[in-house]
Design a protein around this ligand. Structure first.
Ligand SMILES: NC(=O)C1=CN([C@@H]2O[C@H](COP(=O)(O)OP(=O)(O)OC[C@H]3O[C@@H](n4cnc5c(N)ncnc54)[C@H](OP(=O)(O)O)[C@@H]3O)[C@@H](O)[C@H]2O)C=CC1
Ligand SMILES: O=C(O)[C@@H]1CCC=N1
Length: 273
């Protein structure tokens, strides 16, 4: 295993770029230990600027030369890409799927059970060292190999190892939800801009407040409802804003959006059965 890349990535789009940026910022491993193959070279070139990341010419070569392979293509490309690399896999290779669409059993079937497979669900905030990643690994993945994946994602944020039965829930919780938070931040900033604050300043106020509120949930040990109550003065402006949000169906709207994410994942999984 020593002469192979520790980590090989197939695809170099939004999610893989975020993982590699996080790995490089945290100096998790020498960049010469990271290999990447992708359909288009431009993003690999951008990432490898000022680092020793290695651009590999084909997916097969990447598979042949990597100990742990993170497959970062869209779900529709998974069957083709896994079929393409199957003959290049070693029995001690580990495939890491980061797509919500396929179960461990489906993935194993796609590679003819040639090596170990593990599922992870990361999110784009890994790029800034503040990601959230869920990992599920079957018992046959040796503990030291599983730990290498936990270490990789821990270098750019929090990691929780969970059972596969919960993996479909994770995109709504953390994989997709950065997009929800970005929309909420944008809408809040729009309102503040409407009331006269310059755009960049509005993003700064809103984003710092999201960050601080998230830290309070994680670190205070208090229920989010209590933290909300502590901001609401009787007869004050906050409760007036909350009453309007509730009147407009804020909680129900969020729950519906989360459920639609979950439903779509179930539907995508069934299509490939
Ligand atoms: N984006 C996110 O926030 C998250 C995404 N994921 C998962 O990550 C995966 C990738 O998503 P995302 O990064 O958003 O998608 P992108 O479209 O940004 O990236 C996909 C990458 O795969 C490359 N690619 C496509 N076909 C091949 C092929 N045959 N061989 C090699 N490379 C190929 C694409 O090349 P090209 O540039 O030519 O298109 C592109 O670089 C998906 O499975 C998604 O479910 C998981 C969690 C969060
Ligand atoms: O939209 C998607 O399908 C992927 C999964 C999690 C985030 N993005």
């Amino acid at each position: 295993m020593a002469d192979r890349f520790q980590y090989g990535f197939i695809g170099c789009g939004n999610m893989v770029s975020a993982i590699i940026q996080g790995m490089i910022s945290s100096q998790f491993c020498p960049s010469s230990q990271i290999g990447v193959s992708s359909r288009t070279q431009s993003r690999i070139q951008a990432l490898s600027k000022d680092t020793d990341i290695v651009a590999v010419q084909s997916n097969q070569e990447l598979a042949q030369k990597s100990s742990i392979i993170i497959v970062g293509v869209k779900p529709a490309q998974y069957p083709t890409v896994l079929h393409e690399i199957t003959s290049s896999l070693h029995s001690d290779t580990l495939i890491v799927s980061i797509t919500p669409s396929f179960t461990l059993a489906q993935l194993q079937h796609m590679i003819d059970h040639k090596c170990h497979v593990l599922r992870a669900m990361p999110n784009t905030p890994l790029a800034v060292g503040c990601g959230m990643t869920a990992i599920c690994a079957p018992d046959d993945v040796p503990a030291e190999i599983r730990q290498k994946v936990v270490d990789l994602f821990s270098s750019c944020g929090r990691v929780e190892v969970i059972p596969e039965t919960l993996m479909d829930v994770v995109p709504a919780a953390s994989g997709s939800s950065p997009a929800f938070f970005f929309i909420i931040a944008e809408a809040m900033a729009d309102a503040v801009v409407m009331q006269g604050m310059p755009r960049q300043q509005a993003y700064s106020f809103v984003a710092q407040t999201m960050l601080g509120s998230a830290k309070m949930i994680l670190e205070s040990g208090k229920h989010p409802g209590q933290l909300k109550d502590e901001v609401c003065s009787p007869g004050g402006s906050t409760i007036a804003g909350i009453a309007k949000l509730e009147e407009m169906g804020l909680r129900g709207t969020i729950i519906s959006g989360m459920n639609a994410t979950w439903e779509k994942i179930k539907e995508m999984g069934k299509k490939t059965e």
